[in-house]
Design a protein around this ligand. Sequence first.
Ligand SMILES: [Zn+2]
Ligand SMILES: [Zn+2]
Ligand SMILES: [Zn+2]
Length: 162
Amino acid sequence: MAQLHACDHHHAAPGLAERALLAELDAASRRCDRAQEKLTTGRRRVLELLLRAGRPAKAYDLIAQFGEDGRPAKPPTVYRALDFLERQGLAHRIESLNAYVACRQGDKPHVAAFLICDCCHTSREVEIGGPPDLIAAGDKIGFAFKGVTIEGHGLCAECGPG
Ligand SMILES: [Zn+2]
Ligand SMILES: [Zn+2]
Ligand SMILES: [Zn+2]
């Protein structure tokens, strides 16, 4: 894909620092308990990696970073954990990047809407009311939505022409 804009500034790492990270992981664990699910060590580790990255991460990067001792995971471990996190609403898949991000919007059902910066590769989840036309069209033909993801590409305020 052609680069639309190349900025020469330093892109700050958007990931969470230690204390916020632990708080987030504990909240996720409680949320799973409430849903009578278990945030197993493997699932927790994948969520931790997503929170640390703070930007969309590819499954193969998660596989490579999985072991605390630097050893990669078995791919199915990571794919199954991602699947679980997605079902619990703790992570979203961003189709256009084939990548995953942690969701920090809490446990209320929501449309996952992302603003994706094509320069620094951060993504920001924003709250929107929903795509009413799409939902209305689905309702009309009895389509049961499992989720809706909206992805907008462009440049974030840091990278844009200002
Ligand atoms: Zn979300
Ligand atoms: Zn940016
Ligand atoms: Zn940039």
